[in-house]
Design a protein around this ligand. Structure first.
Ligand code: SF4
Length: 305
């Protein structure tokens, strides 16, 4: 492992490392496989957004993470330096790829590392059937030309996360992520550039559900995806919400946002608002499946598309 640089975030100096890996595309299992993805692509280990609820470090050793990643989540990151070269060897036309389940590909360190442009170039040279980018970073706009090229060669979808309509709540749970206004501008810019972008309300943090749905509807033309905070009540094993977020919810009186019955009510409020505009809405696995299926512009997007 070699030191590549560092990022300063909220007064903390966070190191960026690089290392060579043996493989870059991993066959999927569980939730992502059931949603229709055949492979996942993680350009780095550990994510400097460091969201307090992030489910990734609760997976422990899954997906090539190391104990130091999940013990010090969000405090360092390691890029896979040979990702583009490996990708060129491993890409196949039938693959349905999710990028990525274990890190945001446009995390803060990506501005320094620039790992995504050569990855997108490799995808343009050997396009898979479907490529989905999951992010919350406006840095994705840096690569808009490459994304436009890739969209002509494969079924490209961007799933862009928006978690609440209240920036005070956003600062509590995801202080290193961009403000809501900036994310809405990014969603709008991707939509205006003709990229199929789904607003993904995940995890649903304390919010005004109708207002959150309206923000998603106003900035995009594709279907809306949602997923409540993971809870051990409904899911005894596997990924779950980090204790950091549970502590914030307890301190702020937001515990009911972790309770299944309350979550179901919120999801139905969002569904009703989205569907009243003739837009598709999917929750959890069904929502993520929306990213993999054919012709969403005809079957899943609004009449404005
Ligand atoms: S951006 Fe995603 S992967 Fe990164 S810390 Fe937040 S929830 Fe986890």
């Amino acid at each position: 492992m070699t030191r590549h640089g560092q990022v300063e975030l909220h007064g903390l100096v966070l190191p960026i490392h690089g290392m060579e890996v043996r493989t870059i595309l991993s066959p999927t299992s569980g939730f992502i496989a059931r949603a229709g993805f055949t492979h996942s692509l993680n350009p780095a280990r550990n994510c400097l957004y460091g969201c307090t609820y992030c489910y990734v470090p609760t997976l422990k050793i899954y997906g090539g993470l190391r104990p130091d990643d999940w013990r010090r989540w969000g405090q360092h990151t390691t890029f896979k330096s040979n990702a583009p070269a490996l990708l060129r060897r491993q890409l196949r036309p039938a693959q349905v790829i999710y990028c990525s389940p274990l890190v945001d590909p446009y995390q803060p360190a990506e501005r320094f590392e620039r790992s995504m442009p050569p990855i997108l170039e490799a995808l343009c040279d050997r396009p898979p059937a479907v490529f989905v980018l999951q992010t919350r970073g406006s840095l994705i706009l840096r690569d808009i030309e490459l994304l436009g090229m890739l969209a002509k060669l494969t079924r490209l979808r961007v799933s862009f996360s928006l978690t609440t309509d209240d920036d005070r709540v956003r600062r509590l749970y995801e202080p290193r992520c961009e403000a809501i206004e900036s994310r809405i501008r990014t969603l709008q810019a991707l939509t205006d550039a003709g990229i199929a972008v789904h607003c993904t309300l995940a995890p649903i943090l304390p919010c005004d559900p109708a207002r959150l749905a309206d923000l998603a509807l106003g900035a995009t033309t594709c279907g809306v995806i949602a997923d409540p905070l993971h809870s051990r009540d409904g899911k005894p094993r596997g990924a779950t919400t980090r204790p950091e977020a549970m502590r914030i919810s307890a301190a702020m009186g937001f515990e009911r946002w972790h309770q299944l019955e309350f979550q179901a009510k919120i999801v139905e409020e969002i569904r009703s608002r989205v569907e009243s505009e003739n837009r598709c809405f999917g929750v959890g696995e069904d929502g993520f499946r929306m990213l993999t299926i054919e012709h969403p512009e005809r079957t899943l997007c609004s009449s404005r598309a």
